[in-house]
Design a protein around this ligand. Structure first.
Ligand SMILES: N[C@@H](CCC(=O)N[C@@H](CS)C(=O)NCC(=O)O)C(=O)O
Length: 200
């Protein structure tokens, strides 16, 4: 059995999968993808992950894409040291957290991250458009920060979504509960944790 992770050290989505691999004590091989020189947009990488983003897990050479899907896949295939509850209703609650995190705070955090950090490293003018046009998932997202960056409205919306996410977490963690789903550390905690250090 081989597990290879195509990933980037700075990528928080990659971090999510690295945390699950670590918690489950699974042996894996690191295959770094350099985002700065656009290794994630080469034909070889796109053949494995047509979304042109990291991470991609190769399990015995077979690609699995999307960090949330990868982490559930690891649970399906390697049930030891579980990171999700077994009881169906508790499992549904954990998945609802994960779906919410994927839909609300994960995209929202990209706005301030790109605005404050990533944008600086991007080319300007026509070279920016050329780069954006190569991105299978993020072309339109990039278009929103062309020139002066994201609009005030986009930034306000992102902040409101992040505030809502924090309020929900505060409520879930009230009364000394250690993790989002109570006593068990789960994939939901990994999903939200990866945003803490997000520069993406
Ligand atoms: N939903 C995907 C998103 C992956 C993603 O956005 N990866 C970022 C790094 S965290 C990336 O590869 N960005 C490349 C780019 O923006 O060009 C997942 O969770 O795997």
């Amino acid at each position: 059995m081989t597990l290879e992770l195509l990933h980037s050290p700075v990528s928080t989505c990659s971090q999510k999968v690295r945390m699950a691999l670590f918690e489950k004590e699974l042996p894996w091989t690191s295959r770094p993808v350099n985002l700065r020189i656009h290794e994630h947009l080469t034909p070889e990488y796109l053949a494995l992950n047509p979304n042109g983003v990291v991470p991609t897990l190769l399990h015995d050479g077979e690609p699995i894409v999307d960090s949330s899907v990868i982490n559930e896949y690891l649970e399906d295939v390697f049930p030891q040291r579980p990171l999700r509850p077994a009881e169906p209703k508790a499992l549904a609650r954990m998945r609802a957290w994960r779906a919410y995190i994927d839909e609300v705070p994960t995209p929202a955090i990209r706005v301030p991250s790109f605005q404050m950090f990533i944008r600086r490293g991007l080319p300007r003018g026509a070279a920016f458009d050329d780069h954006a046009a190569r991105l299978p998932l993020r072309k339109h997202f990039y278009a929103k920060m062309r020139d002066g960056g994201f609009s005030e409205q986009d930034q306000l919306e992102a902040r409101e979504k992040l505030r809502q996410s924090i309020d929900r977490m505060e409520a879930a963690l009230a009364d000394g509960r250690p993790w989002l789903c109570g006593d068990m550390f789960t994939l939901a905690d990994i999903s939200i944790w990866h945003m803490k250090s997000s520069t993406y």
